[in-house]
Write a protein that binds this ligand. Structure first.
Ligand code: NAD
Length: 408
């Protein structure tokens, strides 16, 4: 990388603290923060001079301490955005639109906009809300956060509990964007040794390959036959998977793979081979942590990375728990996850009975209507990031206009 780059982190939560802090400790980066939420900017700015402490838990159980200091925290996009080379969105997906609208007037040509993580439909939202300016930018979509992290004290202290080993990202370069360097170099420089950033073939692959099929499928499998009586403890989420949940998840994953294959046939030259079945994905990514690799169910039940992770539950009185259907496993992973996936399958002409069954139950829990029968024509489609919301009604639309650089 040549010269000093300006990195803007949008957000004020767990991940935003980590990214802004890690960026600030790199000599070739000026790190700024834009947070629009509530009084976060004021609260963080007060702490700025004392610096930010990042505690990293290492694999061997030891801890490393990093003292770091972003150069600016503000809620004013006019101060934060001009001159920014990279703009990272490190907020839950429902907040992306608000940030895009706020930064749009100040974005300069050749800016790289990064969803960390992106969730499905990030590129559609960028193209829609940035308008013509999107053509002069490159969009990068990461499949997840690079680390598991949590705030200890706002503006002062954040903890990284572990890093992923690898992390996939796709890129989409606007027609007028003149960025010449590899846009994944800078995120890798910020993350350090881990995770290794891996380029995913194209942005549709990122959507179809993403892990957010897991949460809605498991929630549906677990709670659709629940009798409504509170439980005395929180059940395990991933490691509690039963045969029915595994069959549902596997069925949804088969439909994603079938969609990728159909698209490959319809769009000459497009390679979608990164879209693999979720069972193969588990074996690839968690191979050394899984003790029984016989099938999807046993692989998830015996995945050490999932130790102690429970179903999202609300305690309605001491020792009595009911499922929390407002948690991000549904509120985020349905409208910005499996609904856009369904939208792409629909454009590719692939029928998706498993996905339809899962969406139908999830939307009832969210009090929304996305799917009517097996078509995405519900009145609440506007609250999703399905391609149909943006009037992409043919498969070709996903590879035209500002979305045309899929081979990049
Ligand atoms: P977070 O829960 O810390 O985000 C909260 C922040 O989002 C707030 O501080 C605020 O800045 C912003 N926000 C909240 N409500 C808002 C609103 N109504 N309007 C505008 N902004 C609002 O999020 P996180 O833990 O940093 O995670 C970011 C994303 O990464 C999420 O999609 C999460 O699912 C995903 N993720 C997180 C982890 C993790 O370990 N934290 C791991 C994997 C994936």
């Amino acid at each position: 990388m040549d010269g000093k780059l300006v990195v803007l982190t949008c957000g004020g939560g767990n991940g935003a603290h980590c990214l802004a802090g890690l960026s600030a400790m790199r000599p070739k980066i000026e790190s700024r923060v834009l947070t629009l939420y509530s009084d976060e900017a004021e609260r963080w700015a007060v702490e700025l001079d004392s610096g930010l402490l990042i505690t990293v838990r290492n694999d061997d159980g030891s801890k490393s301490l990093i003292k770091t200091k972003p150069s600016m925290v503000t809620k004013d996009p006019q101060k934060a955005v001009p001159g920014a080379n990279y703009i990272f969105f490190v907020v839950p997906a429902f907040a992306h639109a608000q940030y895009l609208e706020a930064i749009a007037p100040y974005i300069e040509d050749n800016t790289v906009i990064v969803g960390l993580p992106s969730h499905a439909g990030f590129e559609f939202e960028c193209a829609d809300l940035l308008g013509e300016k999107a053509n002069a930018c490159t969009t990068v979509a990461f499949q997840s956060l690079p680390f598991v992290c949590r705030l200890i004290e706002f503006g002062k202290n954040v903890e990284i509990l572990g890093f992923k080993d690898t992390l996939g990202a796709s890129t989409l370069k606007g027609k007028r964007c003149n960025v010449t360097q590899s846009v994944l170099e800078l995120p890798q420089y910020i993350f350090g040794d881990r995770p290794k950033v891996r380029r995913v073939q194209n942005y549709i692959t990122t959507i179809l390959m993403a892990k957010f099929i897991v949460h809605p499928s498991l929630m549906y499998g677990k709670w659709s036959q629940w009798d409504g009586r509170p439980l005395s403890e929180k059940p395990l989420f991933y490691q509690g998977i039963d045969k029915r949940q595994a069959e549902l998840l596997s069925g949804v994953s088969d439909e994603c793979v079938a969609t990728a294959k159909a698209i490959e046939k319809m769009v000459p030259g497009l390679d979608m081979s990164d879209v693999i079945h979720v069972f193969d994905w588990y074996l690839n990514y968690y191979g050394d942590q899984i003790s029984d690799k016989s099938n999807l169910m046993t692989a998830m039940r015996t995945n050490k990375a999932y130790d102690g992770l429970n179903q999202p539950m609300k305690e309605i009185e001491p020792g009595k728990y009911v499922p929390d259907f407002t948690y991000r496993y549904l509120s985020e992973d349905v409208p910005m996850g499996i609904v856009p996936m369904k939208g792409i399958a629909e454009l590719a002409g692939v029928s998706t009975p498993y996905l339809d069954e899962v969406i139908t139950w999830c939307q009832s829990k969210l009090n929304k209507e996305f799917l009517v029968g097996n078509k995405l024509t519900g009145k609440d489609l506007k609250d999703t990031r399905a391609p149909q919301k943006y009037d992409y009604n043919k498969l070709e639309d996903l590879f035209s206009g500002n979305l045309n650089s899929f081979r990049y």
